[in-house]
Design a protein around this ligand. Structure first.
Ligand code: HEC
Ligand code: HEC
Length: 534
């Protein structure tokens, strides 16, 4: 396998590993999900086509830009979007999670069947198997474009040779989900959860519904043992705290709560008695809603701001000055997130049926989910937890005290010191925008419902299901699944066991959101057709 060589960032931040167990392990673990860089550096990736525009870029060209005459404000905005992408993909904040040697050798830690397959594979094919097993994908090239409405938006190009070779996806180069530095150290980034594949097409901002964080961490651990290498924070932390029980979902919210627990309002590190948290898995929301949402998270408690994006960097060693020093990088991440838009459905759509669906949607759904197309609006509608009836564990797990800590902190103040709005005691869950909803299965905040058809048919939602391949169920719009009676506990491959989604487990209920029951069957079909157009 090739060693990925990347340039060292100009001023890497060195953050020391936490020696504390429990939450502090997580503090560190979450820090590693974030990558900050300082200064300018060149991307080694070549653009799919060369820029024809002379710009005042502060970074070297990383993508294809066809913007015509830009206003100075737009030039700044475009550069910020690019820098945000580079913050996410290029700069490791920490010593890496594991080395190239470990990831190249990891297949020897696989269960017999998978290992035998890898042993016989070519190096390239083996790399593809490794990427596939853990939900990793190649990294596309950013292109900043002007949209029809005049906004600068982020688009991505995948070199054909990267995506397909013959009929096989081909995965050379560093993955989108990890920063790989010039020494071959791999460090998890935000895209590990927020950069997935839309039915096989790597798409930054799409939830990574294949990410197998728990399995990867366990197998890195056994590989490090085998190679006689010291264990890192992830391998140690995961022995104390579950990372995620199902492929594609993670215990991410609990990580954030743990991080905040050891800080005062000015982000000074304080000693506190460890508290216990309710572990539960969530499906990451798509980032292409970011530009629409005034408040973030499923309970909409936090007003959107660049500082809030930094909470994942809370390790005890990062003092308050770290946050002030790095604020600009997160302004850039904010600009990047704001520039994302959903991919367009490219299959056939029955226009007449979709138009009927639009009317039905506007009558039955838009009071919560908003309207789409020109003049569309997003109401940011909160629905009381008893009324929505979807799984309440996430709602209960984040406490009023936890939200208050956030509300009082530096994260919830703007750069002028003005306090942002934080809903410390929200009533329930906020209806998300449905833009690009066809592209972000599974559905609901816990990822319990595999297709849009199942969202529309509450009584027919499967109890126990498993995704069978990466392609789309075009009829039901979502994952292609098979049903099961029970999780096969004798299955020797844990990765396969974790591909089963058992809705009877804690925090994994697929109940609630019965609004579609107002519709007749033909009406549901029409609404389903309309949802493809969003
Ligand atoms: C381990 C997986 C994971 C990692 C890593 C991660 N996130 Fe998230 N993120 C989530 C989950 C899950 C949610 C949903 C939380 C909720 O709604 O309560 C979320 C929510 C968000 C949201 C709110 C989106 C919305 O529409 O409400 C933003 C913005 C966000 N993350 C940004 C980031 C950034 C920036 C990073 C890196 C610094 C990051 N995330 C790293 C899992 C992750
Ligand atoms: C009273 C407000 C309300 C109404 C009416 C409503 N929804 Fe929702 N919807 C929500 C909330 C809140 C969620 C988030 C639930 C969760 O994740 O637990 C949601 C989630 C969804 C999702 C899953 C989104 C995702 O990305 O996971 C879809 C799809 C959806 N609704 C479609 C519809 C359709 C179609 C209708 C009309 C038939 C409708 N909704 C009516 C409030 C509403």
């Amino acid at each position: 396998m090739t060693q990925f060589v990347q340039r060292k960032p100009a001023y890497p931040f060195v953050i020391f590993l936490s020696r504390r167990w429990g939450w502090c392990v997580w503090l560190v673990c979450l820090l590693c999900s974030l990558n900050v860089f300082a200064g300018e550096f060149a991307s080694q990736k070549t653009a799919a086509t060369q820029s024809t525009v002379e710009t005042q870029s502060t970074v070297e060209q990383t993508g294809d830009v066809e913007l015509g005459d830009l206003e100075p404000g737009d030039v700044e905005q475009r550069d910020a979007i690019r820098r945000g992408w580079e913050v996410l993909t290029e700069l490791p904040l920490l010593p890496g999670d594991f080395s190239q040697e470990v990831i190249d050798d990891i297949w020897r830690s696989w269960p017999p069947e998978a290992r035998a397959k890898a042993a016989q594979a070519s190096l390239e094919e083996r790399q593809r198997l490794i990427y596939q097993r853990y939900g990793l994908s190649p990294r596309p090239t950013l292109r900043v474009e002007s949209s029809e409405t005049g906004d600068l938006v982020a688009r991505f190009d995948l070199d054909d040779s990267v995506l397909r070779k013959g009929n096989q996806p081909n995965y050379p180069g560093p993955p989108m989900q990890y920063v790989v530095d010039e020494d071959g150290q791999w460090t998890m980034n935000c895209l590990s959860c927020h950069g997935g594949s839309v039915y096989g097409v790597p798409t930054p901002g799409a939830p990574n519904n294949r990410y197998a964080l728990q399995t990867l961490t366990e197998e890195v651990r056994s590989t490090k043992f085998r190679l006689g290498k010291p264990l890192g924070r992830m391998e140690l932390g995961s022995m104390v705290i579950p990372l995620g029980t199902t492929n594609g979902t993670t215990n991410a919210v609990v990580f954030g709560m743990g991080l905040m627990h050891y800080r005062d309002a000015n982000l000074n590190v304080v000693q506190r008695t460890p508290v216990s948290f309710t572990h539960h898995d969530m499906d990451a929301p798509p980032w292409w809603h970011f530009h629409k949402r005034p408040y973030l998270y499923i309970d909409g408690f936090a007003q959107k701001g660049h500082r809030g994006l930094m909470q994942f960097t809370l390790v005890p060693e990062n003092g308050p000055e770290f946050y002030r020093d790095n604020e600009d990088h997160f302004r850039d991440v904010f600009a990047f997130l704001s520039a994302l838009r959903p991919p367009k459905y490219d299959g056939p759509i029955d226009g007449e049926l979709a138009e009927t669906g639009r009317h039905l949607f506007n009558d039955n759904c838009s009071r919560c989910h908003g309207t789409y197309g020109p003049g569309g609006d997003y109401p940011n509608q909160m629905v009381p937890i008893e009324e929505i009836g979807t799984d309440p564990v996430r709602f209960e797990a984040l406490t009023v005290a936890g939200r208050q800590t956030y509300a009082d902190s530096w994260f919830a103040r703007d750069a002028k010191g003005k306090r942002q709005e934080t809903l410390v005691d929200p009533e329930g869950y906020v209806a998300p925008p449905l833009d690009g909803v066809w592209a972000s299965p599974p559905y609901f905040h816990n990822g319990s419902v595999p297709t849009l058809w199942h969202v529309l048919h509450p009584e027919d939602r499967p109890q126990l299901w498993r995704r069978v391949d990466e392609s789309m169920d075009e009829e039901r719009v979502g994952f292609k699944i098979e049903l099961a009676e029970k999780v096969p506990l004798t299955q020797p491959d844990v990765q396969i066991r974790r591909s089963y989604f058992d809705t009877s487990r804690f925090g994994k209920s697929a109940k609630g959101h019965d609004y579609p029951n107002e519709l007749t069957e033909p009406e549901k079909q029409a609404v389903l057709e309309y949802l493809k157009t969003l």
